[in-house]
Write a protein that binds this ligand. Structure first.
Ligand code: BES
Ligand code: ZN
Length: 882
């Protein structure tokens, strides 16, 4: 583990490197405990670099140097200094280029951080983003150093018959002592973070793709033996992604092979290494018996995401890590669009907004807030955040809204053309759109520079006499850590004026702001818009499609909101109106309950939910989303302060029950209708029917104590979506019943040898609401199948408990935090990256009611004062407390 030097990296300090490494030849002699890496680096002094003999300083992280040569001759001990973290050549040769040969020794089997070269289930694999390559050899480990890699892998043939790296395959052959070798060459210059190697005994499923210009590509998905049958969906998603990127962005694949490897120990979801994507097996393996519809959708999105990086990230990479959103935000935008095209656009958009508000908004509104392009960091791993990813994607979406769809595509083409083969910046990206549109995007650029979710308030008033609608809109950006004064943003708000028949109304003329193609462009603090020639009073549907990631409050009558929730012709707008009604009601209700009064259960809202459920004109997936009430975390976020999770849970449960009691018979009939299904298919339509069916099952179960119906659904389930949903209903609505205990035991027995499915068993139990869940979670942490070393298992139990169980985690007595703190400290000793990520669950502690706030602070202080904290965890804890 790296020691904390307290160093802060700043965007303004960026300077190109004095040296380049045009070619990198690596030889790996693999061994679990004593792997030898020989790195032969062609080093060149950059044109315009300062004087010859500038020291060459290479990055390392916990490395052991075996030998060092320049142009084949050993380097004298006087000419360099070396530590595990750095190798400095005091006076490199005067020649403009020379070859540096660095030999290091590694112990992959003991690498528990899962960064650099490590072993997962006996398979050698690597993870180099962001700064993992320096755990393999000394290097200029920064993304603006692009190099052409040739890699020779040597390993024991018996335990590692498969030898993979980036690019195209080259020579292979036998070696003495039962070993063998393979050579790989990647012709595309790439940064070190995209390097990858895999060696082991895996099964492969192959396929072929011919690009639209006729290049044949061999596709391979490598998985544990016996899991080949679970790769079909991922392979199909890969081919659909390849076609989509050709059709929608004009981007073709560029190597002879594209390989995906699934490993079971992985810190993140997946990694876009050139030609050799490495995946958490959770996002590859799926069939109807082991994966849920949500798993299928995630696999489709993540396969696409990593594939799309080939152009947005690999062909054009980032100049430095401050530009991370250049590849991540843009690639998330691309995978969102892909999923929207493959599935239902409205449903996908609603799901995205739920996720954005659920993860990014709290980040932007708490102590960890930072701009989409941060200006400083202590640990870059802590900046793979919802802000960089999800808000970064929203900013790209807004560029499209601002310049228009066609111009957006032209801007993307220009960006690809200008910067192919380069390490670029966010400025380069935005300049492409300025150049094709002729627009000045400097005010828009604040979206990359200013942290915080802007607030927008709006109020419409109609005058029948003047046939005029006046719309007053105002923006403000709240202060965030380190940024107290904010500038005014360019906020594009898509909107519609909804007439009495639900159809959008037109207007004769408008003044007060730029209004173009259904979008109002806010640029000033206040705008007063006047729409003329409007014959009847319209309802305002604002921020349609969530065109701007802002917190919107519209001053409007409840009746108008109810009208929009029923009649807005824009499905997103309809959902937004319903959601606002539900959130407002649940907040009021929670406050009543905390104050000892009755819950708030409006009849009109209960009726509306029943009508939406019954509306055949709406696709089942939409109805399922609409009927999934705002989560406890959603309600807490919207309350903002003085949060009491117990009161929130009570308010939500009572509303679910009221809806269930009012519509029980209809819900039963609809549930039966949605249960009629042919053979399983993972497509969006079928998944939507299952989603609606399972949401209804939850309502039906909420009506009473009889666990038998849910138990029957569990027993009768013919796929994992239904089985896991029924188990969750049993655990959440019938805790402690004999039926629940029996189903849990059955699930454990059936899937004890299938880690990905057993994760669901941990996850479902960790999410069960109520303070008593902590005892169950403690017991599960002592279960023989639990291990803090496997990130998936850890996230299933502890990640779920801390992020999806408000009442359990935020227990008023602080016991939830105590348990959590113990686990975090244990994880931090092995895997700092995962520990730090887990610890972000405490980020909203200041919003809690006073008693809980005090115990949460204690828990954070305890973490802060622990000995030997990693840089990663210390960074999160200190910023959270600041
Ligand atoms: N480049 C990242 C993987 C990564 C993340 C490496 C953090 C190092 C540190 C990859 O492209 C990615 O973004 N993966 C996401 C999934 C994606 C669909 C948003 C992930 O792993 O969560
Ligand atoms: Zn990514």
């Amino acid at each position: 583990m790296r020691s904390d030097t307290g160093q802060v990296f700043k965007l303004e300090d960026y300077r190109p490197c004095d040296y380049l490494i045009p070619e990198t030849d690596l030889t790996f002699r693999l061994d679990p405990d004593r792997t030898i890496v020989v790195a032969q680096l062609s080093i060149e002094r950059r044109d315009g670099a300062r004087a010859a003999k500038t020291p060459l300083v290479l990055d390392g992280d916990g490395l052991e140097l075996v030998s060092l040569e320049i142009d084949g001759a050993p380097v004298s001990g006087d000419d360099y200094t070396v530590s595990p973290d750095r190798l400095s050549l005091h006076a490199p040769p005067a020649a403009r280029s020379f070859t540096l040969t660095v030999t290091t020794r590694l112990a992959p089997a003991g690498n528990e951080a899962l960064m650099g070269l490590y072993r997962s289930n006996g398979v050698y694999c690597t993870q180099c983003e962001a700064e993992g390559f320096r755990r393999i050899t000394y290097f200029l480990d920064r993304p603006d150093i692009l190099s052409v890699y040739t890699v020779r892998i040597e390993a024991d043939r018996g335990s590692a018959p498969l030898l993979l790296s980036n690019g195209n395959p080259g020579e292979t052959g036998p070696l003495p002592d039962g070993r063998h070798f393979a050579v790989w060459h990647d012709p595309f210059p790439k940064p070190s973070y995209l390097f990858a190697l895999v060696a082991g005994d895996l099964a492969v499923v192959k396929d072929r793709f011919v690009t639209r210009s006729g290049r044949p590509v061999e596709l391979g998905i490598y998985v544990e033996h016996g899991k080949q049958g679970r790769t079909a969906y991922a392979m199909d998603a890969l081919k659909r992604s390849m076609i989509w990127d050709e059709t929608v962005f004009g981007r073709e694949y560029d190597l002879d092979v594209f390989n995906i490897v699934a490993v079971s120990d992985f810190n993140m979801g997946a990694m876009e290494n050139k030609g050799l994507n490495i995946f958490n097996d959770k996002y590859v393996l799926a069939d109807e018996d082991t994966a849920t519809d949500a798993d299928f959708a995630n696999i489709e999105a993540i396969i696409a995401h990593e594939y799309f990086h080939n152009w947005t990230g690999n062909r054009i990479t980032c100049r430095d890590w401050f530009q991370l959103c250049l590849k991540e935000g843009l690639t998330v935008y691309r995978d969102h669009e892909f999923s929207a095209d493959q599935r239902s656009r409205a449903v996908k958009r609603i799901a995205e907004v739920r996720l954005l508000k659920g993860h990014q908004f709290p980040e932007d509104q708490g102590p960890l807030a930072h701009p989409v392009r941060p200006r400083r960091y202590r640990e870059i791993n802590n900046f793979y955040t919802a802000t960089v990813y999800e808000k970064g994607s929203e900013v790209v979406r807004m560029i499209r809204t601002v310049v228009g769809a066609e111009t957006f595509r032209q801007g993307m083409d220009l960006y690809f053309e200008r910067h192919d083969g380069e390490a670029a910046t966010v400025e380069d990206f935005v300049r492409a759109f300025e150049d094709v549109s002729g627009q000045d995007l400097s005010q828009f650029f604040l979206w990359y520079q200013q942290a915080g979710t802007p607030n927008v308030t709006a109020k419409a008033s109609y005058s029948a006499a003047d046939k005029e609608l006046v719309l007053e809109i105002e923006q403000s950006v709240p202060p965030t850590p380190g940024e107290s004064r904010k500038r005014l943003m360019h906020i594009p708000l898509a909107f519609g004026l909804v007439g009495p028949d639900g159809a959008d109304m037109g207007w004769d003329h408008v003044e007060g702001a730029t209004v173009k193609d259904g979008v109002i462009h806010l640029r000033k603090r206040k705008h007063r818009l006047r729409f003329g020639g409007i014959a009847k009073r319209p309802r305002l549907s604002l921020n349609r499609g969530f065109s701007a990631p802002v917190t919107l409050s519209v001053e409007e009558k409840r009746a108008d909101r109810l009208f929009l929730a029923r009649h807005d012709g824009d499905l997103y707008g309809r959902w937004q109106a319903l959601n606002t009604l539900l959130v407002d009601t649940l907040i009021r209700s929670a406050r009543h309950i905390r104050g000892g009064r009755d819950a708030v259960l409006p009849e009109d809202l209960v009726a509306l939910c029943g009508d939406i459920a019954a509306d055949d004109a709406l696709e089942p997936a939409y109805r399922a989303l609409a009927l999934t009430l705002p989560s406890e975390a959603d309600i807490a976020r919207e309350m903002g302060s003085n949060i009491d999770p117990d009161a929130i849970l009570a308010a939500r449960t009572l509303l679910v029950q009221a809806i269930a009691h009012a519509h029980g018979a209809d819900f039963e009939a609809l549930h039966a209708e949605m249960s009629q299904a042919g053979p399983f298919s993972p497509d969006a339509e079928s998944a939507g029917r299952r989603a609606l069916k399972n949401v209804l099952l939850d309502y039906l179960a909420a009506r009473g104590a009889d666990a038998a119906p849910a138990a029957q659904h569990y027993a009768g389930a013919t796929n994992m979506t239904d089985r896991a949903a029924a188990l969750a209903v049993l655990v959440n609505r019938h805790a402690g019943s004999a039926e629940t205990m029996q189903a849990l035991a059955d699930f454990e027995r059936s899937y004890r040898d299938d880690p990905l499915v057993l994760d669901k068993w941990f996850q479902i139990q960790a999410a069960a609401p109520g303070p008593e869940t902590l005892e169950a979670v403690r017991a599960l942490a002592a279960h023989p199948a639990f291990s803090v070393a496997n990130p998936n298992r850890l996230r299933a139990l502890v990640g779920t408990f801390s992020s999806a169980n408000q009442t359990g985690f935020h227990r008023a007595d602080g016991e939830g935090y105590r348990f959590f703190g113990d686990i975090i400290l244990a994880v931090d000793r092995k895997n700092p990256q995962v520990a730090a990520r887990l610890a972000t669950a405490l980020r909203s502690w200041r919003s809690l009611e006073p008693e809980r706030k005090a115990v949460a602070r204690e828990a954070l202080l305890r973490l802060a004062s622990a000995d030997g904290l990693s840089v990663d965890l210390r960074d999160i804890v200190e910023r959270t407390l600041a």
